[in-house]
Design a protein around this ligand. Sequence first.
Ligand SMILES: NCCCNCCCCCC(=O)CS
Ligand SMILES: [Zn+2]
Length: 664
Amino acid sequence: MGTALLYDEEMTKYKLLWVDPACKIEVPERLIVSYEALVRSGLSDRCISIPAREASDSEILLVHSELYLEAVKKTPYMTLEDLKEFTLQFGDVYFHPNIYHCAKLASGSALQLVDSVMTGKVRNGIALVRPPGHHSMHGAANGFCVFNNVAIAARYAKQKYGVKRVLIVDWDIHHGQGVQYCFEDDPSVLYFSWHRYEHQNFWPNLRESDYDSVGKESGAGFNINVPWNNVGMENSDYLSVFCHVLLPVAYEFCPDLVLVCAGFDSAIGDPEGEMCATPDIFAHLTHLLMNLAGGKLCAVLEGGYNLTSLAQSVCQTVQTLLGDPLPQLANLRGPCKSAVESLQCARSAHRRYWSFLKHAADPPMTDISTKHIKSAMEEEEKTEMAEEERCTEGKVWPEPPERLCPPVCSASVLPDDVACPDGLKRLSSSKDLEPLLVSKLKNRFRTAAVDGDRVTTFSRLYTLIEKLVANEIRNGLVLVPDVAAAMMCVVQDLTSDLVKRVLVVCVGKEKELDYVTTDGKVLVVQISSEDREEQRSKYYIPVCLKKGCSDTSGFIQAVLGLLLPLGYEYNPDLVLLVRMPGSGVVDSMWQQLIGLLQGFAKGHTLVLMQVNEKACMGSTASALLGHPAPPLQDLQTPFPEDGDALERLRERLQADWKTLQTTS
Ligand SMILES: NCCCNCCCCCC(=O)CS
Ligand SMILES: [Zn+2]
């Protein structure tokens, strides 16, 4: 299934008609450059174009009051003076004779997107709209927003498709207070927002934007705010919050639909955000949400005022929605102190509501919400500085890397008598081994004549890895007689000269893992029921689950809270996913793991399985081909000892691995 793209140039046909410094950044060019970038890059042609439509009155009234709607209806007929007058009753927003029409198109586009996804016409999609929506409230326009596009879409999805749980992820740099107000007592809509806050010194300066606004009454726990109290947040900060706050809760919530308030003013160069995250981060944020809700994801444009980073970020998002390989994120260095404080506060505020956050630490000693007094004075000094001096002084960043699709997505190396799963390309021609390699294998296995089929297997493995590294294929599946031996061979013989860093994810326990690397060329994360604490080192990290890999709750917690951060920090060139026989890992969990691992090494994942486990080749192939993993149904509360052990393991490892840091 494809990716929907909604865009209508009508939504570029309104603009600010008078002088208002607060609103001058919201210009029609925002939409024009975004769409043109998609066209120029060829991405728009790969999408399924869905027409925009006007939202009806009843759809708008799902969120807004009749009084407000009737008032806005009058704006097309107002004189310039009347429009100015009308605008004064709201904050940081402007009206225009054509904005009511565009606001209906913006909301209607979001609804068209929901229809396309919920009817299965497309898998996911994005609506490029203006005016944005997440600041508008029941009875008021605000922050460039007229109708709350995403809030209307959430209510519409519930009403028309009986969607039980909607996750709204707001990665815009402003707090979508309109969305928070709309759903704060509603447990069927989980609203997550991070936003520039600076201890309430940043617009919209609301006390209720802080981390302790967790929702009300039956909605308690279903509103997550992560305030950024400093500017300059980077890719590491964003990824840490996803791994340690949003994703654990999102997986436990298990939504039927994901809506994204896709604002790109959180990207580098934006005058509003003043953050430093690069456009390629949105490729990963999108990817990390795409295995939820069976891949049903609707992204709706909110903010984004630097036309260059906006266009690049939109392209990065669309490319991921289309399933293209992810870019490698370079030199992640762990979250900054302020980000750790914020995520620690958010985690501790929510630990009573979410079993996946149950073991979160107490809030930091320096309670960050009282800091706003002091920082107000700092704020005073800052405003003395010239405006342009303080904001984006010529931020520059590299063009996002090309994300080329290899000619073959998934290849397989199988014994001759095993059928190849649909969609996989069989590499049967095992080329003759270089004599060098044969001698290596011989002395490796110290047998005079390395037996025939083993040489065949390793020659095929070698062929596969060569093609992965050459980007001729994206990922691969290999069935071998002895998976542990094959793993050793791949790690020690086949990859040494081909790749710089291999991430080995070992699922289940194995007979002997009789080597531990210390040079950093290999990072082994082993998830099993075995407690190998004594063997742990920086590059060998055993995660012990009391009930083993069949405990999906413990497994996904270890993946989100440990494997993902580690993987991002380690930044491998190859991922080796080894499924030990008898691991007991549940199929949906196995597919989720393969899906999430695609975020590393441009998707170069090599799956090693034992021949006698060929029964799960089908689902492995499906995940390797990029089909969304099935949702993890009814997750139990993780075993306390596992949750505790994971928290302790993170604390012990965070000296070596900064992205594991969740406490300041
Ligand atoms: N009143 C002092 C300056 C306030 N600037 C307000 C900017 C509103 C931004 C809204 C937005 O970006 C939506 S995503
Ligand atoms: Zn914004």
